[in-house]
Structure formats: structure tokens, C-alpha cells
Ligand binder design. Structure first.
Ligand code: IMP
Length: 199
């Protein structure tokens, strides 16, 4: 059955904007969970995929419509994948990403070996699509890069100013957002979703 409405199960304006742009070519209405006053469930999963499923199914059940959730974050190799699923939580209740980026930089410097720091990091995204009456589907994507310091650029959101994707001079915070959205972890997860032709 063709979809009439798809709810984006996120209250993060940056993500909603990016996902809504990716869904623009489809003929169904796209609305955000915030616009429907649907409260986000607690993220109790231990992986991006588990948290994405939790959010998508909660939103599907609350709205009675298909729901698409994203759980994503920054994994820093030298910090054993931290902040990972805790990426939003490292910024605290005030969403203070300047503080979260500084914490990463401090913890990274503490791992220095003879003055050398492994600055590799990746963003990962798990998308969960929960359609009423169907089994929830999960699609994952990532993008690899390095962390820079100090932060550069004021575009994007979250950790964008310290993330420099492999092969590029600019950080996600400096880059044209159309360019970021074409290569991001979310775009890569989305390519997998589209390849599965779920709509
Ligand atoms: P979630 O809402 O629990 O999935 O939180 C994901 C967090 O990861 C966000 O609040 C950001 O801090 C970070 N994050 C995810 N995707 C991006 C991105 O594209 N750029 C910068 N930070 C991101």
C-alpha cells in the first residue's frame, strides 16, 4: 500500500531538515515527531540500530503512521568508539557541543603516544523504518575522517566543526551543506534504504 504520511521520529532540527530534504522526491507528506507533540522515548539501546528501532516504533505506534528514525553519532578510534551512542548526551541538557568537542580533544590528547595522536573518527547512522503491519527495517551508513582542532566553520550542527571527511580540506562545519548531505553517514544509510525500495 502506498504511504500517505511519514513521520520523522526526531526532535533534532538539523537532522529533520537533512532527512526531509532526502525524502523530498517522494509523494507522501513528511512531518516531524515534534510537530505532532510526540515525546521521544528514552534511548536505552546499546547500539545505534537498537536506539533507532526504539524511536521509530515508538513514533509509529504514537502517530499511527509510518515512522523513520535516525540514531547517529561520532565514533573516535582512539577513544574506543566514544562518544558513540552517547554523542548527544556528551553535550549535556544544554546541547553544548563546544563543551563536548573540547572534552573529546582533551581525552584525545591524553592518549598521545610520544606526542602522536590518532585522530581518526567516523560518523555512523542507523536508520530504522517502521511501517504499520510490517517488520521494522534497519539501514546503516558511515563516513570516515579525522578530527581537527580548533573547530572550524559554523554550518551544520553537533560535531560538524571538528570533523574533516577523508579526502577533503574543509570540515563538515565549513562545507556547503548540499555537499555534506550528499556524502554524510545519513546519506549513505539513505542510499541503502532507497536501494531496498521500501516505499
Ligand atoms: P541522537 O539524536 O541520539 O542520534 O544523537 C546524535 C548526535 O550525534 C547528535 O546530537 C550530534 O551530536 C551527533 N551527530 C549525528 N550526526 C551528526 C552530523 O551529521 N554532524 C554532527 N554531529 C552529528
Amino acid at each position: 500500500m502506498a504511504l500517505n504520511t511519514l513521520v520523522i521520529a526526531s526532535h533534532n532540527a538539523g537532522k529533520v531538515k537533512e532527512i526531509a530534504a532526502l525524502l523530498a522526491p517522494f509523494p507522501f507528506e513528511v512531518i516531524s515527531a515534534a510537530a505532532l507533540d510526540i515525546i521521544e522515548p528514552e534511548e536505552t539501546g546499546s547500539t545505534f540500530a537498537q536506539n533507532a528501532v526504539l524511536k521509530a516504533e515508538h513514533c509509529r505506534d504514537a502517530a499511527g503512521h509510518a515512522a523513520l528514525a535516525d540514531d547517529s553519532g561520532l565514533e573516535v578510534a582512539a577513544l574506543n568508539g566514544d562518544p558513540g551512542i552517547y554523542s548527544a548526551r556528551w553535550a549535556g541538557p544544554d546541547h553544548d557541543f563546544a563543551m563536548a568537542m573540547e572534552r573529546i580533544e582533551k581525552e584525545l590528547n591524553a592518549t598521545a603516544n610520544r606526542g602522536l595522536v590518532d585522530r581518526r573518527a567516523n560518523f555512523t547512522c542507523a536508520l530504522a523504518l517502521a511501517i504499520p503491519g510490517q517488520e521494522t527495517k534497519i539501514f546503516e551508513g558511515r563516513i570516515d575522517g579525522n578530527l581537527v582542532w580548533p573547530p572550524r566553520g559554523s554550518r551544520g550542527f553537533g560535531y560538524d566543526p571538528v570533523f574533516q571527511p577523508l579526502g577533503f580540506e574543509e570540515t563538515f562545519g565549513q562545507m556547503d551543506q548540499i555537499q555534506k548531505h550528499a556524502m554524510s553517514h545519513r546519506a549513505n544509510a539513505f542510499k541503502r534504504l532507497l536501494a531496498a525500495k521500501p516505499f
